[in-house]
Design a protein around this ligand. Structure first.
Ligand code: FE
Length: 357
């Protein structure tokens, strides 16, 4: 027994000795690789409500410039906000990108964003383009003007949003539904400017002038107008721009028949809005998140918006694309965009009362 035990022990020791060296080396190498990953692969997780193809080229540039790996989750704006809310503190997301100051405000109110007070960010953006408490920063701009079918409408006949309620336009206007946040924000801007009573009367007048019950998105209104269903539409600029510069020939032909009327140039200016970004409340990656927002506000990224996405940059230094130039300069409403969020509930109720479907 004793001898057998002794032999077994010796065999075991030999076996261990034989194994130990390569095993140790392997372990050391593994540890080295793991450490390398920890120190070198910094990651940023983005939840984005923007179409992936609009954002991806910018994310690739950001990764290439900074050596940061970006993980992108794209989805619909409301679904992503809900996801952030349900994930709470456990969310993997570091930043949230979404459209419309009204929605950015909702995210702030829902508690899914954290306040970032950064001199480098606030120095790049005017107060209009960011949340006063630092919960979100605008990264691209769009306007929501009146558009008309060339040859069918004399564009000098209408110069304000208010005039969309004039009897002259009965049965001639297409606009999407009141459930759409772009319209809610437009109405919010009118409440701020004209008060609730006047805006409600206006909304009733507008509804009475609609050529059809609201349906579809902004592109659908443009197409309906050119097809003869209506003469005037209200739509965001990048939809027209996307049709003009896109691959689909029929869209280009359609969009070329549309002209832009910049409303309210003698008073508050045309209604504008932003897409924006905020750092999530759950993020422990704040430095990288801020670095990302700084990149989105860099001339490089802003030029991309102006040249490739047919959106307006949020900083002034950047050159506009030929399409943006062709629409001319305009005066924009100077309202602080966070107000659109604060007035969103009032706007939504008002549209409901006015019968805006
Ligand atoms: Fe849109």
């Amino acid at each position: 027994m004793k001898t057998a035990y002794k032999y077994a022990s010796i065999l075991l020791m030999v076996a261990l000795a034989a194994c130990s060296k390569p095993a140790e080396q392997e372990t050391d190498e593994n540890v080295a690789v793991t450490n390398k990953e920890v120190t070198e692969t910094i990651e940023l997780n983005i939840y984005s409500a923007r179409q992936e193809h609009l954002l991806k080229p910018l994310l690739d540039k950001f990764s290439a410039n900074n050596g940061i790996k970006v993980n992108l989750v794209s989805g619909r704006a409301d679904a992503l906000l809900q996801r952030l809310e349900s994930e709470g503190k456990n969310s993997e997301a570091d930043v949230f990108i979404t459209t419309d100051a009204g929605r950015l405000h909702r995210a702030k109110e829902a508690g899914v964003l954290q306040s970032i007070k950064s001199q480098s960010l606030t120095s790049k953006l005017t107060a209009q383009m960011r949340d006063p408490d630092g919960y979100w920063y605008g990264i691209s701009q769009r306007a929501r003007p009146i558009m008309y079918v060339k040859g069918r409408v004399d564009p000098t006949q209408i110069s304000t949003y208010e005039q969309l309620a004039d009897e002259q336009w009965k049965g001639k206007i297409c606009i999407r539904s009141s459930g759409n946040i772009y319209n809610q924000s437009l109405v919010a801007s009118m409440i701020e400017s004209n008060g609730e009573e006047a805006t409600e009367a206006w909304a009733r007048g507008l509804v009475a002038n609609l050529a059809r019950e609201p349906k579809g998105g902004d592109r659908d209104q443009i197409k309906a107008a050119v097809a003869g269903e209506c003469d005037l539409v209200v739509a965001n600029t990048y939809y027209l721009g996307g049709m003009l510069t896109g691959e689909v020939e029929q869209d280009r032909v359609t969009a070329e028949q549309i002209g832009i009327i910049w409303p309210n140039q003698n008073d508050r200016g045309a209604h504008i809005n932003v897409t924006g970004v905020g750092v999530t409340a759950a993020s422990k990656n704040m430095d990288v998140a801020v670095q990302f927002i700084e990149f989105m506000l860099s001339e490089e990224a802003q030029s991309h918006y102006a040249l490739e996405n047919v959106e307006y940059p949020v900083i002034n230094k950047v050159a506009h694309s030929d399409t943006l130039k062709s629409w001319g300069e305009f005066k924009a409403d100077s309202l602080t965009l966070s107000r659109l969020g604060e007035l969103n509930a009032d706007a939504t109720r008002l549209m409901d009362r006015a019968g805006w479907k």
